[in-house]
Design a protein around this ligand. Structure first.
Ligand code: ATP
Ligand code: MG
Length: 404
């Protein structure tokens, strides 16, 4: 039995001991049934949020009005959510009303796909009123109830269908796919952040290629920020395994796309990563040395670019691939990995030249950086100051480097 279920069982038995019902639910039941690995375990119960808080020692309120309380057991977190129904989705993205219910089946009914609408009790008995196991056996993604209705309620579910198809390499049921094609444009009502969460997951699945075809065929792609600007044939012919690399590669191929990057509302770190990857692919098309490639980019970026070059067509591919691989090999052996690693600070230079700070300090650092990277100078404070003494002349706020 998976450790998470073992620990989670403590929650189920506590609920039962107090006269409530509790079940494992959703993705963990699907993955358990499919004998896939399990990352987190969600629990559904007829206990109300206040009851849940009362029954367990350590809880965190993460959305009581929606019925969700986090329960901590042995430092593992479990989302425990009260059975609920949802109704009145007038904006294609969230229910106008959430109501608690005492019936498990009503809670399962609101869930997106049959395979996600199963519950499991503490004896590992599966409750499966909508044919989740049958669809899993047939490797089919099917909405609970009529697909049009379900996608009208929450358009994100269409993108989730594509995400699950990438992850599980399942087909979308014909009527579900037809409804996706019909309702694709409702995706525009969904917050871009929610779409990005699904897209990030989609790209990590083994079936990303098929999922991208599905997104093109159903036109989901045409209603997603940023992606809508990529030509279908450009979107389909890349071989990438992260959203970041997709964007980086597409932006390199078509610089027009760069002005749309902000529309995805990604974190600054992620934007920077993508832009650096695009920049590195650009750099590799210029006569940059291996050392320049290695020094100018973080390992993560080198690896992104390497993964992109590995499986996508580029001119003179072999040579470029080798250069990026050499840069990855060289990177850990560089004497410094950026200018901040230099064993010196600006104050020492100011004292040495008895001068005030200014742009000249940056110039000295830059000269030292080159010497160290070229292997002419050790990254050692004393050695560096000797080099400065011999090679740098300071005069009235500026410096001159004396070549040997
Ligand atoms: P993963 O293993 O990737 O986390 P998951 O099935 O657990 O997959 P979550 O996004 O964590 O997916 O959602 C948990 C459960 O909540 C789902 O299994 C499903 O039952 C339900 N669910 C999530 N989002 C929706 C939605 N938009 N509409 C209906 N039900 C949903
Ligand atoms: Mg989950």
């Amino acid at each position: 039995m998976h450790e998470l279920f073992k620990v989670g069982n403590k929650i189920l038995t506590t609920l039962e001991a107090n006269g409530y019902k509790g079940y494992f639910v959703g993705g963990c039941v699907r993955d358990h049934h499919m004998q896939r690995s399990i990352n987190d375990v969600d629990i559904t119960t007829d206990a109300l949020p206040d009851d849940i808080e009362r029954l367990f020692e350590r809880t965190i309120d993460v959305g009581k009005e929606h019925g969700t309380i986090i329960v901590l057991i042995d430092d593992t977190t479990f989302e425990v959510t009260t059975f609920r129904t949802e109704s009145g989705y007038s904006d294609f993205r969230r229910p106008d009303q959430v109501a608690f219910t005492s019936r498990l089946n009503s809670d399962l009914e609101r869930r997106d796909f049959t395979m996600n609408a199963m519950a499991m009790d503490e004896h590992f008995q599966i409750i499966d009123p909508y044919g989740g196991r049958r669809d899993i056996a047939e490797r089919v993604i099917r909405t609970v109830g009529r697909a049009e209705e379900r996608f009208n309620e929450d358009a994100l579910r269409m993108l989730r269908a594509a995400r699950f198809s990438a992850h599980l390499e399942f087909q979308v049921a014909p009527e579900t796919e037809r409804a996706m094609a019909e309702h694709a444009q409702n995706l525009e009502y969904v917050a871009v952040e929610r779409c990005v969460v699904e897209l990030l997951k989609l790209y990590r699945g083994p079936g990303v290629k098929a999922a991208k075809s599905l997104m093109v065929e159903t036109h989901l792609k045409d209603h997603l920020a940023f992606l809508e600007n990529i030509r279908d044939e450009d979107f389909l012919d890349t071989e990438v395994h992260s959203l970041e690399n997709e964007i980086a590669l597409q932006m390199w191929r078509n610089p027009e796309l760069r002005r749309h990057l902000h529309e995805l509302k990604l974190s600054n770190d992620m934007k920077k990563e993508i832009q650096s990857t695009t920049g590195l692919i650009e750099m590799i098309h210029r006569p940059a040395t291996v050392k320049e490639l290695a020094y100018s980019h973080d390992m993560k970026i080198l690896e992104n670019a390497s993964a992109i070059m590995e499986s996508n067509a580029f001119s003179e591919l072999e040579e470029k691939r080798e250069r990026i691989q050499s840069a990855i090999d060289l990177k850990p052996h560089l004497p410094i990995s950026n200018i901040a690693d230099i064993d010196l600070d600006g104050k020492m230079l100011m004292t040495f030249f008895n001068a005030r700070g200014g742009r000249w300090i940056r110039k000295v650092f830059s000269a030292i950086e080159t010497e160290i990277l070229d292997g002419n100078l050790e990254n050692d404070r004393k050695k560096i100051m000797e080099w400065v003494d011999a090679h740098v002349e300071y005069e009235a706020g500026d410096i001159k480097i004396i070549e040997e």
